[in-house]
Design a protein around this ligand. Structure first.
Ligand SMILES: Nc1ncnc2c1ncn2[C@@H]1O[C@H](COP(=O)(O)OP(=O)(O)OP(=O)(O)O)[C@@H](O)[C@H]1O
Length: 210
């Protein structure tokens, strides 16, 4: 699914993360690591938000450096602490992302209703609570037909009922479309709700299969 080739991310002189040669097969992955170990750096790099040395190849032939448009269409990302332009409504954000990701007709509406967001989706994002913002960012990550969905700390901020819905979305996408997930969490995952997740550990400035 993802192949890291001589990957290296530095912040100035600080070597944050180095992955020489590693392949990750399709699946659901729980990325663990202490604060500051590099989990967000890893997800932002895979999402194409951060620049880095080396390359990341999706599905054996789509390079993030050589085919960035095709790559980004297939890799979606929800940030740990999302920030959106405050003057846009949730619906305007959803329409933008649905367009960019080639979402099938009706998909956005189905997700809005499923996450019980109908009541506020037409309000400006600046008026949202942190949980409402988080749900919007999670919904955006499910638009289109990505091969990989990256979720940075998806369990924080959202209430128990919404978390259950998120687990259902993940299980459905994984079983019906073979979508892979990489998610970070300091909290344990609920294995009753989620298909088995393989653990990955970010430690000593690199990524290890546990
Ligand atoms: N923009 C930046 N400039 C400089 N250093 C950074 C920057 N972003 C992250 N770092 C450093 O890179 C390292 C990894 O940070 P990162 O945010 O990826 O860790 P994390 O594992 O996600 O942490 P947490 O569990 O606390 O969210 C840390 O040492 C951090 O200080």
């Amino acid at each position: 699914m993802l192949h890291f080739q001589k990957f290296e991310k530095r912040y100035g002189n600080f070597p944050a993360l180095k992955i020489d040669d590693l392949s990750i097969q399709p699946g659901i992955y729980w990325i663990k690591g202490v604060n500051g170990s590099g989990k967000s750096t890893l997800l932002k790099s895979i999402a194409g938000i951060l620049s880095f040395q080396g390359d990341i190849i999706l599905n054996d032939n789509i390079s993030i450096t050589k085919q960035p448009v095709a790559y980004r269409k297939l890799v979606n990302f929800a940030e740990a602490e999302p920030l959106f332009p405050e003057f846009l409504t949730g619906m305007e954000m959803i329409s933008l992302f649905a367009d960019a990701k080639g979402a099938p007709a009706g998909q956005a509406q189905q997700l809005i209703e499923s996450m019980y967001m109908t009541g506020y989706v037409d309000r400006p994002v600046g008026s949202y609570s942190s949980g409402m913002l988080k749900k919007l960012s999670l919904l955006l990550a499910f638009l289109g037909r990505p091969d990989v969905i990256l979720l940075d700390e998806p369990l924080i901020t959202i209430d128990v009922a919404s978390l259950k819905i998120l687990y259902t979305w993940m299980a459905e996408r994984h079983t019906q479309q073979g979508t892979s997930f990489l998610l970070t969490s300091h909290q344990p995952l609920d294995h009753d709700e989620l298909p088995a997740a393989t653990e990955l550990l970010v430690q000593d400035q690199t990524l290890n299969l546990v």
